[in-house]
Write a protein that binds this ligand. Structure first.
Ligand code: ATR
Length: 269
């Protein structure tokens, strides 16, 4: 099966390694390439790949909205996220899926054994990453999902859009007080710039702190450790879990993720 990941940049993508490990484990034959698409040329590059027999592909920064527009059908996750990270070629149809949220959820619930029901969740950031994880999180019936963002209006808008799926509220980062929360998820892109959102430190006390970033210790993870978080986690498990969900979407085979998470972590250390 001819598969690939598209992005810009793409050189450092771990997806080929992850999917190759899944393929070995499940006995599916795949060829999985990484393809650099020009920033204004995603659709054309993807179409060439399909013309050459491509059966499915992952999509990463900055093409998840382009991929949404390219897809001819959308899963409910893709629809609510407004973004697509996985496409399956099905005859003439291009089915758009978004496995980011389910990847986070599987890491939290399966790997870290965290039960989200009745928990208070605080998400930092109100961009594409937050939009992608909100529906699967809310489906676990947490007591409340609070969205805090540097630009408050984006947080209130997102909270309003997801109200039909559960208890949400949105506000500016400065409104975060030292209240009790169970889980803090850093879904801002601040870690990419080596920064930490400027928020009250007491909120980390006894909370599980999860950064969607992976690959290195982020300022958010340092902050969480310094402020008595009960658990500090990076997004590597989510990366492998979103890949597993994509692999299953294409091949119908569900890979076992634990050994793959360990192998990828060992590569990264
Ligand atoms: P992504 O798709 O990764 O979510 P995005 O849509 O550009 O990227 O959103 C980035 C998010 O990180 C936004 O919520 C942004 O806050 P603003 O909406 O106010 O721009 C947030 N962000 C980026 N850098 C930040 C920083 N240094 N401190 C706090 N929030 C930051």
């Amino acid at each position: 099966m001819k598969l690939a990941v598209f992005g810009n940049p793409i050189e450092h993508s771990l997806s080929p390694r992850i999917h190759t490990l899944f393929a070995q484990q499940t006995g599916v034959e795949i060829e999985y390439d990484k393809i650099l698409a020009p920033v204004d040329g995603f659709a054309e590059t993807a179409q060439n790949f399909i013309n050459q027999g491509g059966k499915g592909f992952n999509v990463t920064v900055p093409f998840k909205i382009d991929a949404f527009n390219l897809a001819t059908k959308h899963s409910i996750n893709a629809q609510t996220a407004g973004a697509v990270n996985t496409i399956k070629v099905d005859g003439d149809a291009l089915i758009g899926e978004n496995t980011d949220g389910i990847g986070l959820l599987n890491d939290l619930t399966k790997n870290l054994e965290i039960d989200l029901q009745n928990k208070i969740v605080l998400i930092l950031g109100a961009g594409g990453a937050t939009r992608g994880i909100l529906l699967p999180l809310l489906q676990q019936q947490p007591a409340r999902v609070m969205i805090a963002n540097r630009t408050a209006s984006k947080a209130t808008q997102l909270a309003k859009a997801f109200k039909p799926y559960g208890e949400t509220c949105g506000f500016g980062l400065e409104k975060i007080k030292n209240d009790l929360v169970d889980i803090i998820i850093n879904a801002t892109s601040a870690s990419l710039d080596g920064q930490m959102p400027n928020i009250a430190t007491g909120i980390a006390n006894n909370a599980i702190c999860y950064d969607l970033m992976y690959g290195k210790q982020t300022p958010f993870m340092d902050w969480a450790q310094d402020n008595n978080a009960s658990m500090v986690v990076d997004g590597l498990g989510m990366l492998v879990e979103q890949a597993a969900s994509a692999f299953e979407f294409w091949t119908g085979k569900q890979p076992e993720t634990q050994a793959v998470i360990e192998a990828i972590r060992a590569l990264n250390d």
